[in-house]
Write a protein that binds this ligand. Structure first.
Ligand code: SF4
Length: 383
């Protein structure tokens, strides 16, 4: 295993003192195997998943088509609920941000973005993040631990409940899309992310088409192939710069996996070149990466990769002096890129008034211990 990945692949935190296994830590295939170990028929996993994910029922006693002795077994020997709602904020534009509390008192955030024909849920995979990207509020928090599968998938369960309780016109269609773009780098918590994807796309669980699931990464290259092998989900790559000198400053992991290596790896993967386009995310930052030269470099840089470029004007936050360019600069950048033949769109941020936009998830409204806030120093491998 790559020594960097090994160093970062920190275990999933302290052991839950209850010692009980969690039903939501398993994909349906894995739960079938676990049930057999308990001497139970494997097909019960499909029924249990139907209750947990399709009907949103956590209480085994309420799973009425299961035999009574199995309900007693599930209630006494398993856990079924991983997160509690700590707070819910609603933006004037309809975006909902929820903070969730884990069993050990940590907090994470998820954001639901209602759009015309879909409700996209942005979920977190780590408590904080070890990658310390300089424009990102989550990176400034430092890193506490990886989330378990149950803690990742329960963000979908809890937000579905919050949405169902809403009387907005959007609530009836439920959650239609899931993006792994919240707190944390998903590919540093790969096993839990893969189990979560299996649950999201399984017909007995959330039954989302893989094209409705997007995983975002800054480029943990050894983990791309196993991610894309699990299902044809969308891949989003946080690019943010056109030279290593600038990307080293914005995304410290670039010092380990520089631009040419990142893009060559993508060009070499059939699961990239023969599927849907890769979404390249490019946060526009005034005076850093917004020049006409940057705009002109993008098309040649991405040549050979089916690409869509999303330009995201920087969403400011208290932990960074960086901010968005003015409208004229953004417009000039957009026109140069579009003129070079790249498929490009300008993503207007949602939920700015509740700190729910890209790069803003930092638990500002959740009290947190001073000890968990990083010094802002670069991570070990970047020094
Ligand atoms: S941008 Fe993503 S990878 Fe970078 S610090 Fe923020 S959450 Fe982590």
């Amino acid at each position: 295993m790559d020594p960097l990945i090994q160093a970062l692949d920190i275990a999933t935190g302290p052991v839950d003192p209850s010692g009980l296994p969690h039903l939501k830590d398993h994909s349906i295939g894995s739960l079938r195997t676990k049930l057999v170990e308990f001497g139970l028929p494997s097909y019960r996993a499909d029924q249990i998943a139907g209750w947990l994910y399709r009907r949103g029922v956590d209480d085994p006693e309420a799973m009425t088509d299961l035999p009574a002795d199995l309900r007693v077994h599930l209630a006494s020997e398993w856990q079924t609920r991983a997160l509690e709602v700590a707070s819910v904020l609603r933006s004037v534009d309809g975006t909902i941000k929820a903070a969730f509390r884990t069993w050990d008192g940590e907090h994470i955030e998820s954001v639901l973005i209602p759009e015309r024909a879909r409700n996209t849920l942005c979920i977190s995979t780590q408590v904080g993040c070890p990658l310390a990207c300089s424009f990102c509020a989550t990176g400034a928090l430092g890193f506490t631990r990886n989330l378990r599968t149950s803690e990742i998938i329960d963000q979908v369960c809890r937000m579905a409940e919050i949405l169902a309780a809403d009387d907005s016109p959007e609530s009836a269609r439920g959650i239609t899309n899931v993006v792994f773009m919240g707190m944390g780098e998903p590919l540093l918590n790969l096993d839990a992310v893969l189990e979560t994807i299996r649950l999201l796309i399984h017909p007995k669980a959330f039954a989302l088409a893989p094209r409705r699931v997007t995983v975002s990464t800054v480029g943990v290259l050894p983990r791309l192939e196993p991610l894309l092998a699990v299902a044809p989900v969308n891949l989003a790559v946080s690019l943010h710069a056109t030279t290593d000198a600038v990307r080293d400053q914005l995304v410290p992991l670039n010092r380990r996996f520089p631009l040419a290596e990142l893009l060559d790896t993508l060009r070499g993967l059939e699961t990239v070149t023969q599927r849907r386009p890769v979404f390249f995310e490019y946060t526009l930052i005034e005076g850093v990466n917004d020049s006409p030269e940057d705009a002109k470099r993008l098309a040649p840089l991405l040549a050979g990769i089916p690409s869509k470029l999303n330009l995201i004007p920087m969403n400011g936050h208290a932990d960074s002096p960086m901010h968005s360019p003015d409208d004229a600069t953004i417009d000039r950048f957009l026109r140069i890129v579009a003129g070079s033949g790249l498929f490009v769109s300008l993503r207007r941020s949602r939920g700015l008034d509740i700190d729910a936009a890209c790069g803003q998830l930092a638990l500002r409204h959740v009290a947190r211990a001073a000890a968990s806030v990083s010094t802002g120093a670069p991570p070990r491998w970047a020094r």
